[in-house]
Every structure is written in structure tokens, then in C-alpha cells.
Ligand binder design. Sequence first.
Ligand SMILES: CCCCCCCCCCCCCCCCCC(=O)SCCNC(=O)CCNC(=O)[C@H](O)C(C)(C)COP(=O)(O)OP(=O)(O)OC[C@H]1O[C@@H](n2cnc3c(N)ncnc32)[C@H](O)[C@@H]1OP(=O)(O)O
Ligand SMILES: Cc1cc2nc3c(=O)[nH]c(=O)nc-3n(C[C@H](O)[C@H](O)[C@H](O)COP(=O)(O)OP(=O)(O)OC[C@H]3O[C@@H](n4cnc5c(N)ncnc54)[C@H](O)[C@@H]3O)c2cc1C
Length: 667
Amino acid sequence: MAEHNVCVELVRERQKCTFEVQELIHLIDGGITATEERREVENVVCTDPRIKDVVPEEYLSHKERYENAIRKNCILQEILKKYTEKRTWDNFRPSNKYRISSGVVKDISPFMLHTGMFIPTLVNQSDDEQKAKWVPKAMSMEIIGTYAQTELGHGSFIRGLETTATYDPNTEEFVLNTPNLTSYKWWPGGLAHTANHCIVVAQLYSKGQHYGVHPFFVQIRDIETHVPLPGIKVGEIGPKLGFQTANNGFLGFENFRIPRRNMLMKNAQVLKDGTYIKSKNDKLTYGTMVFVRVIILFDLAFELSRAATIAVRYSAVRHQSQLKANEPELQIIDYVTQQHKLFIGVSTSHVFRVVGLWLWNTYVKVNADIGKGNMDQLPELHALACCLKAVCSRDAAARVEEFRLACGGHGFMTSSNLPIINGIVSASITYEGEFSVLMLQTARFLMKAWNGVLARKTLTPTVSYLSKFSNSDRVQWANTTAGIISGFQAAAAGKTKEAYAAIQSYLKPGTDYEDAWNSASVQLVSASEAHCRAILCEISWSEMQRLSKTVSPNLGKVLLELAELYLTYWSLEKRGDLLMYTTISTADIAKLQARYEELLALIRPNAVGIVDGFDIRDEILNSTLGAYDGRVYERLMEEAKKSPLNAEPVNESFHKYIKPLMLKAKL
Ligand SMILES: CCCCCCCCCCCCCCCCCC(=O)SCCNC(=O)CCNC(=O)[C@H](O)C(C)(C)COP(=O)(O)OP(=O)(O)OC[C@H]1O[C@@H](n2cnc3c(N)ncnc32)[C@H](O)[C@@H]1OP(=O)(O)O
Ligand SMILES: Cc1cc2nc3c(=O)[nH]c(=O)nc-3n(C[C@H](O)[C@H](O)[C@H](O)COP(=O)(O)OP(=O)(O)OC[C@H]3O[C@@H](n4cnc5c(N)ncnc54)[C@H](O)[C@@H]3O)c2cc1C
């Protein structure tokens, strides 16, 4: 971007920045080479003239919008394929694939589930022979797939799924059926008109026995004609709050036969005669969900960084109201209430990224152990992935909404891109495990851990802090980062203990444990949230501290300010909890408030530099308000002129309806 085109406000903001933006960019990417590689692909994709829309996608019909998304995503796949051949697939990280797809369509790619769940399931749940047969075809897009688990009647309760796969030893095939309306697969992305294959999660029956849900590799459309195969009923589920181009579909089976070897057999198997070989752990079938819950944190960090870039740049460009009489109107970013809305979202993106990397490393380690037959760490990984996915998606949606509000009326414009980002992020609270459902999974783990505390057992690493706070004394508060982390752990331990006690108190004679659990579930979710917040605070602080030592002092200082802002913001938000479980006083809270305001002021001069550090090209931001040059008003007007209603000075509805109405009024 030529600097002479940049509005004066952003030029001044960039001059104020105290650190080297390039250094931050490399830190976020994971090194100079990673930045160069990402930028090279982004440059090729975003400058391809075939990718540019003449008519903005929101003015297209539902059908045209889908067709346009497919056309452009096929171009993207072509380009990515060249890079895949040059390097290995893994080198262009999945989070970068997600990121570049935003430069192609504003909403979600119809191929997202192919990359995000179909391939990972084939890689993680197939045996070696199946992998060798299917994975290369899926990678090269010779076949296109999705992940079909949820049904019209069941999403959260996987054991309640109704689609059946019954083994027929005579033909060595499984017969798939959709017994009821509620058994139709419902929601899978790309299922409607994009995919020709899918992973179907179905109830397995063999030799008259029921063995629970298992994944199957199923072809649903003819490769040449794309016509649905006989016995397949498939279609689109219709418009939604967001995800308009995701092509979410429904799918039903009528005595549809697939070969025996189309059951994914890494974990459980059905032999030719129908004998069932059990998995070492039946929850391994849920492995792809754990994987996606882990990587969702990166996507949330990215979506937050997009919304933050838009809202912070806009807030630097926008002037509104006078603080003092006879002085120019202030840049809205100088109102401290505006900084309060903006900077926590900026900091949260960094927190999600570093905690996401930590979670990813945990996932890789646990998966390697599982490969060697050691499942010991799986429950802890599952508990972590559940609460982090749930809390981070909910936080991200709240922050994106706050960014939208921070842009006033213009934030309501689709052309700001904040409404579309809002739709994308809101969906993540529900998909891949609904918020409360996942929080209650973590609560199960916490209740077991509390049993361990009572039995004086050694706890696993992420809950070991519970033992420190097992007595009823309020924990000594200290107004330091270590003190804040300890305070959050005390709150998590206190809430875990209370939720545990609540279950016991509901367990009157004649009451089932499950009913007592349900009665105590609001407290259980609250305990999970506190546990998750303690993890977010502890890990983000230690990771940002570590990173700050690897960069120049000026950037290191900014990283620590962002990390401390996160801790301080949440201490103030959760002051009620801290008052209950620590010795924090009102004077301590006043000090925290003062430090919070100090941090806002420290971050303020670097705000634009920090969001520039996300290095998001204009084509990927897709926003009239957030572009690098800050030409907000010109872009708003240019986009408004693209409205089809502006193509003619008088719309025909005037002559058809308004004029007759006016004439009738005269009579
Ligand atoms: C160019 C294109 C663009 C490219 C992009 C590339 C980037 C890609 C990005 C990816 C984005 C992907 C978008 C995804 C879209 C949405 C997809 C979906 O929603 S798909 C649909 C997603 N759907 C959902 O997420 C459904 C959510 N529901 C569920 O996951 C389950 O039904 C359940 C967990 C709630 C209960 O399960 P149930 O069987 O009833 O179990 P019980 O409660 O009876 O507990 C029994 C024991 O099992 C334990 N355990 C449980 N799970 C696990 C596990 N995973 N592991 C280990 N353990 C586990 C549990 O702790 C307990 O232990 P204990 O206490 O006894 O010791
Ligand atoms: C945009 C989008 C994309 C999706 N993509 C896919 C896809 O590609 N493939 C796929 O298979 N699925 C997909 N899904 C489906 C998604 O995974 C499910 O919607 C999700 O798992 C929630 O299930 P549900 O819709 O049945 O909600 P429900 O389970 O019916 O939830 C409704 C309410 O009931 C509550 N509830 C349910 N069970 C419990 C419980 N045990 N304890 C307490 N409260 C409970 C929930 O908290 C919630 O408040 C997608 C969904 C969306 C929105």
C-alpha cells in the first residue's frame, strides 16, 4: 500500500508506534519464512482477477451466491494445489487455509468441511490401507467430502443418532438406512450440492447386536454426473443467520449399500463374518471432534483479529464530539470508554492464539501417546478442549459484537464486514459441541478431580491446583499477575467444591445421581467457566512472558501490556468471585481499576501498530471501515453506489404501488 494514499490519522498513528510492526508479524506467523510463505500465497490468490467480484456477494441471490462461492473456491484450490506440490500440505497451515478463504468469499467456504473434518477424519480414523486409498484422493480433490453426524432430531447427544448401518455378511456390505424423519442428517457443510462423499456417523448393527456409533466412508453422488446415487436423498437446508455459502445439507438413506471396508477401521472393526472387534477406547470415534475443538481456537483468534483491525483503524479515523469546547472533535479512539471496548478484544486475539498453540502441542503429545496405546491423558485433553472451545467461542462472539457496536451506525453496514464476522463467530458457539453441553463435559472431569482431592490423590497437571485450595479459607490476595492467577484458581476451586456439594445436597434418598447433577448444573457450568478462565489466564501470561523474552524490548513490553490487560480486565469483571474466594479488598479493586486505566493509556499509542501486526490484507478484511489506508467515507460511498437499487433513479415500484396509493389518498 502506497503510504501517500493513507489518511492523515493513520499516518500519524503509525508514526507514534513504539515497536517494529514487522517483528510482531513474524512473531504471530511463527518466523520470517512463515510470513513470507503466507504472504506469497495470499498475494497470488488476492490479486487473481478471477477472484474479484463485480457485484458484491450480498446482492446476489442465494443460488448465485453459492455458485460464485464454488467458482472462486475452485480457483483457490487450484492455486493451493500448486503450493502443495511445491511444499508439503502441512507447511501451509490449516489456519492459513481458513484465513485465505476469507479473501475469496466473505462468508464460509463450501469446502470448509472437506478440509476441516473430512480429511482429518480419514487421516485419524482409517487404517493404513484405507488411508493410502482415500487420503491422496481427498487431498487432491479428486473426491470432495464432508462430515455428516448431526441429524434433524439429535446433535448434542451422539449416542441418540438414529441412522443405521447394518452389516450383511452375505454380500459383505453395510446397509444404511434413515428410519425416521428425525434420522435425516441435517447441517453438514458442503453436503447439499458440493460433496460427492461423506463420513457418515451411524449406529452399527452386526449379527443382531448393536455396537453404537461408528464412522463410515460413503459415496453419495456419481463422480461424473454428480447425480445423487439411488437410495440417497440429499438437499440444502436453507438460509441461516450466517454461513450462507456453506451449503449445509440434509441426507437420507434408503437401503443404501456400501462395502464392508468402508467402515473406518483404525479403532474398531467388523470382520467378513460380522464379528465385531472393539476399539481400545470407544471415545476414539469422537477423535475428529476433539481435533476440530482444538483448531477452532486459531480460527477464533483470526476472526477476532479481523474484527479488531476493522474497529481499531476505524476508531482512529473517525472523529465525533468535542471533549472540550472550542477544540476539534476527538478521534473516537481517544475516548477511554472506546478503548475499553476495543483493547480487550485485541488482547483476547493474542490470548487465544498462544493458548491455542499450547492446546495444539498438548493435543499432538496426547495423540502420539494414544498411537502407542496409552490413553491416560485423553480425559484431560477432552476436558480442556471442551471448555476452551466453549468459553473462547462465547467470548469471541461477545468481543465481535462489542467491536461492531464500537463502530456505531457504520458497524451495522454489511460492507463493514462486522455483521458477517459476527454470524461466523456466533455459529461456533453451537457447532462442534454446544456451549453448555461441552461445559458440562468439563464439569464431569472437575467432579472426578474433586473426588481425587478428597481422597488426597495426585491430580493431573491442569487440575492439580485444586488441591492447593481445598480448605474453606479465603485465599490471600496479592495485586500482582501471580496473585490474579492464584485468585482465579481459588475461584475455580471454590466453585468446583460448591458444585460438588450441591450435587451431594440434591442427592436425597430416592434421588438419582443424574437428577442431582441436573439440579446442580448451573453451578457446574459456572465451575467449568472459572476453571477455563484460570487456564486462559495462567497459560496466556506464561506464554506471553516467554515470548516477550524472544523479541526486542519494545515489542516485549507491548506483549506484556496486552497480557496484563487480559488478566486485569477479567479480575474486574469477576470481582464478585474474587471477593468470595480471596481476601481481595475494595482498596485492591480500586488499585486494579487504576492499573486497568493505566494499561489502556499505555496501549493507546500502539493500538494501530498492534492491529497492523495482524497483517491482514484488505481483500481478507473485506471492510469499508478497516482498510489499511483508512479511506472510510470514500469506501462507504463507493459500496453504497453498488446497490442495484441505485442503478435507476426511479424504481418501478413507485409507478406500480406508491403512486396509486398517493392518488387514492387524494380522492
Ligand atoms: C478452503 C476451505 C477452508 C479451509 C478451512 C480449514 C480449517 C478448518 C477449520 C475447521 C472448522 C470446522 C467447522 C466445523 C463445523 C461444524 C461441524 C460440526 O458441528 S460436526 C458435529 C459436532 N457434534 C458435536 O460436537 C456433538 C457434541 N456431543 C458430544 O460430543 C457427545 O455427545 C458428548 C461428549 C456430549 C456426550 O457423549 P457420550 O457418548 O454420551 O458420553 P457421556 O457424556 O456419557 O460420557 C462418557 C465418557 O466419555 C467421555 N468422552 C466424551 N467425549 C469424549 C471425547 N471426545 N474424547 C474423550 N472422552 C470423551 C466423557 O468425558 C465421559 O467420561 P467419564 O466421565 O465417564 O470418564
Ligand atoms: C453453522 C453450523 C454448522 C454445522 N455444521 C455441521 C457439520 O458440518 N456436520 C455436522 O454433523 N453437524 C454440524 N452442525 C450441527 C452442530 O454440531 C449441532 O447443531 C450442535 O452439536 C448442537 O446440537 P443441536 O443442534 O442438536 O442442539 P441441541 O442439543 O438440541 O441443543 C439445544 C439446547 O439444548 C441444550 N442441551 C442439549 N443437551 C443438553 C444436556 N445434556 N445438558 C444440558 N443442556 C442440553 C443445549 O445446551 C441447547 O441450549 C452445524 C451447526 C451449525 C449451527
